[in-house]
Every structure is written in C-alpha cells, then in structure tokens.
Design a protein around this ligand. Sequence first.
Ligand code: HEC
Ligand code: HEC
Length: 206
Amino acid sequence: MTLAAAIGCAWPIASRADANAEIEAGRALYMQKGCYECHGMFGQGSITTGPALAPHPIPLSAMQAYVRNPKGQMPVFSAKILSDDDIARIHAYLASVPQNPPADSIALLSNGASLGSHPSSEASVAKPSERGPSIYAANCAACHGQSGEGGIGPALIGISSRFQISDIEARIREPTGIMPTLFPAPLNAGDVREVARYVASLKGSQ
Ligand code: HEC
Ligand code: HEC
C-alpha cells in the first residue's frame, strides 16, 4: 500500500497531536537527510543549490517518485535510506511551513552577504537588536525551536546560566554533532555575534 493512499484517507481521522508529531518527525528527517542543505532550512529553495519545496510542495505521490528518481544535481534517496513513510513525513513538514517567512530571513539564507558584510552597512539594514531574532529564526529555529525550547538540537533557553556570549559564538563557529557549519557563510562574524547575543537572552516562558 502506498502512503499516498494512507495519508489521503487516514489523515483526517488522525488526531491533531498525531499530525503535529508527523510534522516534527518530517522536520527532523528533512534536516538529518540533508534536504535542507540544498533546499533551504524551510524548503524555501536557493538559486544555487535547489528549488523551493515549500510552502506548497508537489503532490506526495510525485515527491515520492521524484526522490527515488531525481534529475540533475539531486542525489537519489533509495527506500533503504528514506522510506515512503519518511517522505510523507517530510511532505507534511513542508506543507506546514508558514506562507510568509520574514523576507529578511530568506535574504540571509540565500545570500549571507546581503545582511552586512561590513560593520558600516549593518546599521543601515537593521538595528542589531532586531537582527538577532531574524537570524535565529532563519538559521537556528528549525533545530533549536522557535523560542529556543529545543528540538533536533538542545534547548537554548536559559543557556546564559552556563555559557558566556563568547562561548555561544564559539559553538556556532565550531559546531559539533549534526549542527551545520554556518560561519563564515551564511553567517558572518557580525551575524554570529548578534545571534549569540539573542540566544543568551532566551528565557523560559513566563
Ligand atoms: C545535493 C543537493 C540536494 C539534496 C541533498 C536534495 N535535493 Fe532535492 N533537488 C535538488 C535539485 C538541484 C533539484 C532540481 C533538479 C533538477 O530539476 O535538475 C531538486 C529537486 C527536488 C524535487 C522536485 C521539485 C520540483 O518542484 O519538481 C523534490 C520534490 C526534491 N528535490 C525533494 C528533496 C528531498 C525530500 C530531499 C531530502 C530527502 C532532497 N530533495 C535533497 C537538490 C538536492
Ligand atoms: C541542523 C540542526 C541545527 C542547526 C540549524 C543549529 N543547531 Fe545548534 N546544535 C544542534 C545540535 C544537534 C547540537 C548539539 C551538538 C552535539 O551534540 O554535539 C547543537 C548545539 C548548539 C549549542 C550548544 C548547546 C549546549 O547546551 O551545549 C549552541 C549554543 C547552539 N547549538 C546554537 C545554535 C545557533 C545559535 C544556531 C543558529 C545560528 C544553531 N545552533 C543552529 C543542531 C543545530
């Protein structure tokens, strides 16, 4: 049985919590299998590496067929590496991506240089205090949660009790585990500082 059929019929009667669990699992797979490296953290695509997949992915059956037999630069993902169920979860994640991610987060992902390679240009783009959250949303939230509550990556809420801002910067510059290398691109030194400052400010929900 294909999952296309299963999703088509079974999904509506599945509980909301199940649907959210599928989306979370899909997001994790999307990161772990490296789809994000070419198609962007939110499936928004990049001119240089891969087309947009979200927020309106191609139909599930077409996505399953494509991933097994891709064109061009895209690597093949066999059923051993990625099951049809897993593709369905990734599809659910991509379909759940909000319509309008902040424009500046897209600009940052597709071209890190656009948000100020020079200290002088930073002020003209946005005030530092405003840049931290958008850099975080574009580059960190997919793994560490929208509010730093954690996900694929550990929770960052309250991290300032353990880490100095310079320690957080060091973790971004020299990531471990599956955390991707984001410096020196797409994040420059200024971006790393801003996002580290923002991360240090994350506090638990009131
Ligand atoms: C190494 C880069 C790379 C990786 C990794 C990658 N893709 Fe792709 N993908 C591409 C490129 C490039 C294309 C466009 C290929 C073409 O048309 O020549 C593409 C096309 C697609 C398409 C077709 C989009 C359309 O509108 O027709 C889908 C669906 C897709 N990828 C899904 C995935 C999924 C799911 C993953 C992870 C399991 C993934 N890709 C991983 C590079 C990649
Ligand atoms: C693809 C997922 C992913 C992304 C994107 C990501 N991280 Fe991480 N991050 C991780 C994982 C996984 C770890 C744990 C690393 C380990 O286990 O060695 C981690 C660890 C960390 C740590 C150390 C936490 C601790 O308690 O030791 C910090 C700080 C951190 N990340 C900040 C960031 C920031 C800031 C960004 C965005 C600029 C970011 N991460 C982007 C996955 C990610």
